[in-house]
Design a protein around this ligand. Sequence first.
Ligand code: FE2
Ligand code: FE2
Length: 388
Amino acid sequence: MQLLQIIENANLKPNIQDKIKNIFSSGSIDFNRRFLTLTEEDKENIVKISPLINQNIYFLIDRLYEHLMKFEETKNILLEKPERIEHLRNMQMGYFKELFSLKYDEDYLASRLNLGLTHLNVNIPTNLFMSSYSYLLSLLIDFIKEELPKHNFSHSEILNIINSMQKIANLDMTLVIRAYYSKEINEKERLSGDFIKRLSKIAEFRDENTGAHIERMSLYCMTTAKYLGYNHDFQMNILEASPMHDIGKISIPDYVLLKPAKLTDDEFEIMKTHTMKGFDILSNSDSEIMKLGAEIALSHHERYDGSGYPRGLKGESIPISGRICIIGDIFDALTNKRVYKSAYPIEESLGIMKNEMGRGNYFDPVIFDVFIKALDEIIAIRSRYMNF
Ligand SMILES: [Fe+2]
Ligand SMILES: [Fe+2]
């Protein structure tokens, strides 16, 4: 199976997909650095033993499975679906052959990725995974120690061969373990992303009875970041962090938050505090996404000309995340119904933003222009999430 296909089938988040592609593509620096540690002598040593390994592959696999069946945990996993054993054995044989084939190319990397993901998918815990791998290595060493003297290899040659074999086995194990953990990290990230969205919806539900605003607004922010030329990581971070922009509204009393009319000055002062409350909730976290979320919560009502709140920051002193989010947030507020207003059509909304609010007053004019450039994509997102 091709590397990209395996990555696609694994149903990973885009940023994890990128990380895996990076680790498992033969062009990556990481791969070269790791595999360059194999010397010509190592390669010659592997060539010397690979026919012997291939001839005895059934014997080796049998020993491995005998060993696995000795332990309750592995035995239970294997016997849970006995029809799977034959398939696993065949796969294992393929992996064995590849390891000693010295073709450490794209296909090899793809199969290592598959190996790691398969172990995770059949719920093999890391400790079992690692200990079986170590057992496999000691099995190979014992086998070589016993067999090679029969083929007139000297003691020092045998030690050299074992050394080279340990090297490729370690490299191999590193790759497989990285595949295993990439998927685990993916699940954790998926969970935390899901958690962030649900948390943000709590504030959103009180406010507008829908979570669609944060879905659309965060996609607008990501798209704007993309058109501004920010890298994939930043685009993903702003996508995850921006839904939390109004999380501080959880602290705003209903008579202010749900008032279907213009707020009095006092009420507006209360409303303004949602930025600082949001910052309080999200700050002091080690997570990059939470840090960005805190920055956005605090700065998404700052205006380019300094007339915004809570700090009245001006121009470039407003974090870029805040300057991006204010545009997506206001565009979505204008183009949808709110308790205090009906929805405006897109053209009219953009007119209000450009002329009444002011391209360079509320907004960073450069980012505003980029948002207009991205309008086709923005409208496509809007129509996709209209009835969310
Ligand atoms: Fe807000
Ligand atoms: Fe909002």
